[in-house]
Design a protein around this ligand. Structure first.
Ligand code: SF4
Length: 74
């Protein structure tokens, strides 16, 4: 699967989005991929809570809370 990355200005593959952050997913991955697959379930199945916190932990509190809530609900 490919997607247009607004940060890079080009088409990139899903595998890039899942590994571009020191081997972990891009912090924008939920927003970018949520319309195309169950990205929250994918992230939860593939990464530990610690890894997900590392990826999304630096987001502003309200957005982080929303994402962690989505992950907990899956
Ligand atoms: S998840 Fe990150 S790398 Fe992938 S398309 Fe979105 S902004 Fe670009």
């Amino acid at each position: 699967m490919e997607i247009y990355c607004s940060q890079l200005g080009m088409l990139i593959g899903f595998s890039y989005c899942m590994s571009m952050n020191d081997g972990l997913p891009c912090r924008n991955s939920i927003d970018c991929w949520k319309e195309r697959l169950d990205i929250v379930a994918f992230l939860k199945a593939k990464y530990s809570d610690a890894e997900l916190k590392k990826v999304f932990g630096s987001l502003p509190k309200t957005r982080l809370d929303r994402i962690m809530e989505m992950i907990r609900e899956v």
